[in-house]
Design a protein around this ligand. Structure first.
Ligand SMILES: NC(=O)c1ccc[n+]([C@@H]2O[C@H](COP(=O)([O-])OP(=O)(O)OC[C@H]3O[C@@H](n4cnc5c(N)ncnc54)[C@H](O)[C@@H]3O)[C@@H](O)[C@H]2O)c1
Length: 414
């Protein structure tokens, strides 16, 4: 029987609701024991949501008991209902200071629904107190911060997951990765990712978002840190986690309508990045929050010497030689055949359950600190390269990040 992980949620803004629901969905594996936010109204709202969410789930499960088909299902519903009902008796603690929460609460793990500039200090504090960490995407603003987070968790022997696992935890992603890494696609040499929104800038085209989104000091960057991060994460997973070696990027900002708010807006709205990996593969990433592009296929495209993936579609090369009357080869006729992808016959956990299972085992979460570090190297490297107007190596990225003055700025786009 695995341990029920005691969770403290830090950051109770917009996305924290998904953390509340994510852990409440697994009553046998997680218990939310504390919530923390510097803004009183936010922490009170999420506190009430945990209690009301647990109560309504307990009620719904109890009502389902008699309708259950099997004795096993009945017992499961009863057990879940009892655990949700316990929230009313045990309560959920409220904090405004996460260091205090980490010190006082008997937690196994923290779940960070914080803006990117708080991810590193909160992760390091929790890891040093022996707690596992689930962190929102992007993992960090800079590769240096991401490395500190990964190293602090490794040193403490705790697990670090970040919220991009949902892009990998499905049968199709698993099957593509298997194809790519087992050699069934031949030599995988190149890939391309395209992802555009027409008008999807937080606080410019879409409202109700935290003020930090458009300010590189707090966010690390714009579109690549907000939306590109998901697909970059998935590409790293699908390719079998190659290590970036060099990065070349361009970044653009200037799409209409202009931002008219009062906050600083210095983040990129479009980014194109070319990454060379140490294993010889390379990848182009194109990502935009605000683009005037239509009709172009979007997603992840992987090129192998014996086939390709066009998003989730597998094409295998089944060409043949054309021969003359004597049987001499004349011309090779290439023939790409769309081939059904064999999917594994297993179920996949959601990203919260993946994290909880990792806390209870030797396994790493699917989007773990090592993967997040590579993704952050690509994101920070892309914006540094755009600023310098030339390719940068990952070693140079760390050197230049180390030279930056406090408070750590992102690589803002003028
Ligand atoms: N909003 C979305 O649609 C969305 C979707 C997916 C992921 N995310 C990611 O989730 C994270 C949070 O985003 P959000 O939209 O919820 O931001 P938000 O600004 O709505 O919420 C962040 C919360 O953190 C609190 N906070 C800030 N510093 C704190 C500190 N030191 N201690 C305690 N609380 C503190 C703020 O008061 C706020 O309530 C970001 O990394 C973001 O990229 C957001």
């Amino acid at each position: 029987m695995s341990k029920r992980i005691k969770i403290g949620i830090i950051g109770c803004g917009m996305i924290a609701g998904s953390h509340v629901n994510g852990y409440l969905a697994h009553p046998q594996h997680a218990e939310i024991v504390a919530v923390c936010d510097t803004v009183e109204a936010n922490v009170k709202r999420r506190h009430a949501e945990v209690l009301s969410g647990a109560a309504s789930r307990a009620e719904a499960a109890t009502a389902e008991v008699e309708k259950a088909d099997t004795a096993e299902a009945r017992e499961q519903l009863k057990a879940d209902a009892a655990l949700w009902a316990e929230y009313a008796d045990n309560g959920v603690k409220i904090y405004s200071d996460y260091n205090e929460m980490i010190r006082e609460c008997d937690l196994d793990a923290v779940s960070l629904a914080l803006p990117p500039f708080v991810h590193e200090p909160a992760t390091v504090a929790a890891a040093q107190a022996g707690m596992h960490v689930f962190c929102e995407k992007p993992m960090a603003r800079t590769a240096t911060e991401a490395r500190n987070m990964r190293d602090a968790c490794d040193a403490a022997g705790v697990k670090l997951a970040y919220q991009s696992g949902g892009t990998c935890l499905d049968p199709t992603s698993y099957a593509i990765r298997d194809y790519v890494t087992s050699g069934k696609l031949g030599d995988v040499y190149y890939g391309r990712l395209t992802s555009y929104r027409v008008r999807g800038r937080p606080n410019v085209d879409m409202f109700g978002y935290g003020r930090w989104f458009l300010h590189s000091v707090y966010s690390g960057g714009g579109t690549i840190y907000d939306t590109g991060v998901y697909l970059i994460n998935r590409s790293i997973y699908l390719l079998g986690s190659p290590q970036p070696a060099t990065i070349s990027g361009i970044a653009y900002r200037g799409m209409l309508p202009e931002y008219t708010g009062e906050e600083i807006n210095d983040v990129e709205e479009h980014v194109s990045v070319f990454v060379r990996f140490t294993n010889g593969m390379s990848f182009t990433y194109e990502n935009g929050w605000s683009s005037n592009m239509a009709g172009q296929p979007q997603g992840i495209f992987i090129f192998g010497s014996e086939g390709s993936f066009s998003n989730d579609k597998l094409f295998l090369e089944k060409g043949e030689w054309d021969t003359d009357d004597q049987g001499n080869r004349r011309r090779y006729q290439g023939n790409l055949v769309e081939t059904p992808l064999e999917l594994p016959d297993t179920s996949f956990p959601d990203k919260f359950r993946d994290f909880l299972d990792a806390c209870n085992s030797d396994a790493q979460p699917v989007s773990n600190g090592d993967v997040g570090l590579k993704v952050t190297e690509i994101m920070s490297g892309a914006l540094l390269s755009a600023k310098l107007g030339r390719e940068v190596s990952v070693e140079e990225l760390y050197e230049l990040e180390g030279l930056r003055a406090e408070p750590i700025p992102g690589w803002h786009i003028p």
